[in-house]
Write a protein that binds this ligand. Structure first.
Ligand code: GLC
Length: 803
């Protein structure tokens, strides 16, 4: 079933059937003020923190309610509907609706009873409040008298949990009042005579506003129960049915902001108004609302700014391949998804409630990789931040608090850190993710001087970036298990695999192997010969152990438990085949040709499905060892033989590195949201964003996907496609181009900004190959290999590769 389509020109996903199999969401705003909105206007908002700055309420596990509702009432017929299909939910034969999710904005077009409306929701750039703009047009040929009402349901406490569960407290701190053009909600309003700078029991007055611009408020309501009415719902609120909100304030009730305006429209006439909401004190709210007096112009200007901001980032890489799905993902949706994970980490979605008040180390360091080619300066800032969350022993802080204070943090060795974050110990992989990330940043920009930049450690001490990386190597080197492989510590990438403190993980071993290759290249640049020979020895030792102990005929094992049990042998009754060790054996440069080919063939044979490759198989059920936490999940779910989407990106990359373009692209398509657009009822999730996992073949809902938007998948697939399939592989001195594409592609083009120059790249594939280069030209000059040295870059550099 198809619910919508990609409007690639506008970079919008257009939902033409609003009864989607799940709420299909979009993000508005920035870390300062964030909002999530579904295709039925459901969703919530928060200032600064999803957990502690929640101002619009949303009920998780609910019915995609409440939301940012705009009701329209015909005062003659008394019929009413909403600007988004829900909550009123008119018969879709009569109510025409279209939702356009764009970059940082969502538009709802509705056409009902001769009235057309366009509701546009966005957070203006660099602002901390949100706009619900409504353009309403009389398309009916006769004069119409309408009442338009905006409704926002406030939380009673900025802390999401307090609002949801501590009602004996949170109900009695909230009240609303009306001023001029806005409902003001006050939390702890009774503290208004106590100075703002002097909190009582850590509390101060907090204010939220819901205002109107472009029209006069005719009536208002600040009490949710009175607005909705007893035994009613958002579908038929009393205040809407009556056509009057009766100017009701709340005091010890659930607060809301609701404002009605009366609008008369002659035939063909249109009017634009805006509802504005945010967490601001009254004077600031007044200033904000007043600035929208020229409503329509201001809104258009702001929307253009927003689009320009986003689209200019995307323009740093645009591709035109024969695959529409690939183009839309790489040019817009995967890129947008990467920025969302980069900016929001795992803070807020319809699945993440915002309670994780910090950055997961490994997650964020990986998220950065997804945007390096689009916004290297943003990437650099975050890399420095994450380096500053590395403890001076080289390990990463498992959780980096949003309030992170470099040089002054406690570590997993301190009880206080464990208590505050809930993370009991170091994980084996965290700091190792720095290697691909720092490498990619330097390769994209050529900024080798970055290695000498000084960055503080999380707890104490300062060192150059190079020093940070050396300590990360050292962290692993000093924590080896009995076989000499990196010890499992608390966990590796797989949260559900507890091999034990002295267990050993092949995945981490491959990361460690790769880290040594990266740092050797930096050591060569720094002419650090002593360190080079140290690394050479270490890497050779590791290689020997991996070859002797971890290769198992046609696959790499997953590791050893602390008790000495081997995990992931071909003869194991469960979990005998694991995906990540196979892809990482290739990515790390460890596996020889035979191992690479065999292990990826095994993946294809044993793990692949039409929705992507399983994380492992068979699922744990009767044979789980003590640390096989995946067994707690239903078979075919998440780490227990689900199709863990993040791992698909590594598989795409690994196949590409082996020049298997057909397979790389096959894996891309199996898991690409856009590729399921016409069968969206199977995947259920948004066809324009990645999810954490898809249910595997052991599940009765094989193919259904979950945990939308905030997933490491965004960055791994992006890297798999850009570096892998498209073959854009920069290094400090230039750019190598090594596409690994489906043989049926006759060619493709790319436009890429690279070190302030514009590259126009054409790839031709007359003989239907999967990889390779027979001729290569830079600005018409034929070169021996498909590599553009930095010196050859001109303002616009034309590149041609014939495969
Ligand atoms: C989730 C976590 C991530 C972890 C992965 C695999 O995506 O956010 O940190 O690596 O699961 O367990």
């Amino acid at each position: 079933m198809k619910y919508g389509f990609f409007d690639d020109e506008k970079r919008e996903y257009v939902i033409t059937r609003p009864d989607t199999p799940a709420p299909w969401a979009n993000y508005l705003g920035s870390p300062d003020y964030g909002a999530i909105i579904s295709n039925n206007a459901g969703g919530y908002s928060f200032a600064k923190s999803g957990a502690n700055g929640r101002l619009l309420r949303y009920v998780f596990n609910g019915n995609d309610q409440p939301g940012r509702y705009i009701y329209i009432r015909d005062n003659e017929t008394k019929d009413y509907w909403s600007a988004s299909w829900q909550p009123v939910g008119k018969d879709l034969n009569e109510y025409k609706s279209e939702c356009r999710h764009g970059t940082g904005y969502s538009i709802f077009n509705a056409d009902y009873a001769g009235i057309k409306s366009t509701a546009t929701y966005y957070v203006p750039l660099n602002s901390a409040y949100e706009i619900w703009a409504l353009k309403i047009t009389n398309d009916s040929g006769k004069k119409r008298e309408l009442t338009v009402t905006g409704f926002a349901e406030f939380t009673n406490n900025s802390n999401y949990e307090q609002d949801q569960v501590n009602l004996q407290y949170s109900l009695f701190i909230s009240r609303t009042l009306f001023e001029k053009n806005r409902v003001m909600q006050q939390i702890h309003g009774n503290l208004s005579d106590v100075e703002k700078s002097k909190p009582v029991d850590n509390k101060i007055v907090t204010e939220r506003f819901f205002g109107i611009a472009g029209a006069e408020a005719d009536s208002w309501c600040g009490d949710k129960e009175r607005f909705v009415g007893l035994y009613r719902s958002y579908k038929n609120p009393a205040g809407i049915e009556n056509g009057n909100l009766n100017n009701i304030a709340s005091y010890n009730e659930n607060s809301c902001g609701a404002i009605s305006a009366k609008i008369s429209l002659n035939p063909g006439e249109a009017k634009t108004i805006a509802f504005i909401t945010g967490m601001k004190y009254s004077d600031e709210a007044d200033r904000i609302i007043s600035s929208y007096s020229d409503t329509e112009n201001k809104i258009n200007t702001e929307l253009n700014e927003l689009k320009n901001w986003w689209h200019s980032k995307f323009r740093n890489l645009q591709v035109n391949t024969p695959s529409k799905e690939f183009n839309t993902m790489i040019n817009t949706w995967n890129a947008y998804n990467c920025f969302m994970t980069f900016i929001w980490s795992r803070a807020a979605s319809f699945i993440y409630c915002g309670l994780r008040n910090g950055y997961g180390y490994r997650d964020t360091v990986q998220d950065i990789q997804g945007i390096i080619h689009l916004a290297p300066e943003m990437a650099k800032e975050k890399i420095v931040f994450m380096l500053s969350a590395q403890v001076n022993n080289g390990g990463g802080l498992p959780l980096v608090k949003f309030t992170h204070n470099p040089g002054h943090e406690d570590t997993p060795d301190d009880a206080s850190y464990v208590k505050e974050t809930g993370h009991p110990a170091y994980r084996a992989d965290d700091a190792l993710w720095l290697f691909p990330t720092v490498y990619k940043y330097i390769a994209e920009t050529g900024d080798l001087a970055f290695l000498d930049q000084k960055v503080p450690y999380a707890n104490t001490d300062t060192g150059t970036v190079y020093d940070h990386l050396k300590r990360a190597v050292n962290f692993s080197a000093q924590r080896l298990g009995p076989h000499g492989l990196p010890a499992g510590l608390y966990a590796d990438w797989n949260d559900c695999l507890r091999l034990g403190k002295n267990g050993e993980s092949t995945f981490v071993a491959f990361q460690y192997y790769y880290a040594m290759t990266v740092i050797r290249s930096f050591a060569e640049y720094k002419k650090d010969s002593e360190y080079i020979s140290y690394i050479n020895d270490k890497q050779a030792e590791l290689k020997k152990i991996l070859n002797e102990l971890c290769w198992n005929t046609d696959r790499f094992i997953r590791g050893f438990t602390e008790a000495g049990e081997t995990i992931g042998k071909r003869t194991d009754p469960e979990a005998s085949m694991w995906l990540n060790p196979q892809s990482w054996a290739v990515i790390s440069g460890f596996a020889d040709e035979e191992q690479s080919e065999k292990s990826l063939d095994s993946v294809n044979r044993i793990l692949n499905t039409k929705y992507g490759a399983l994380l492992m198989d068979p699922p744990y059920h009767s044979h789980a060892f003590e640390g096989a936490l995946a067994v707690i999940y239903n078979a075919g779910t998440k780490e227990n033989a689900g199709i863990f989407s993040q791992s698909q990106g590594w598989l795409i990359l690994a196949e590409s590195l082996l020049n298997h373009g057909n397979r790389a692209f096959q894996y891309f398509m199996e898991n690409a949201p856009a590729a399921w657009n016409n069968n969206a009822e199977i995947r259920k999730m948004e066809p324009y964003c990645y999810g954490q996992f898809t249910e595997g073949k052991a599940s009765p809902h094989f193919g259904r996907s979950h945990v939308h938007w905030l997933t490491g998948t965004a960055s791994t697939v992006m890297v798999g496609c850009v570096e892998g399939i498209l073959g854009l592989r920069p290094d400090a001195a230039g750019l190598k181009i090594s596409p690994s594409i489906p043989s049926e592609w006759k060619g493709f083009t790319m436009e890429k900004n690279f070190r302030d120059k514009r590259l126009l790249i054409t790839v031709e594939n007359p003989e239907g190959k999967e990889s390779g280069c027979s001729e290569f030209y830079v600005n018409g000059k034929k070169l021996e290999e498909a590599y553009i040295p930095q010196e050859m870059l001109t303002e616009t550099t034309e590149v041609k590769l014939i495969m």
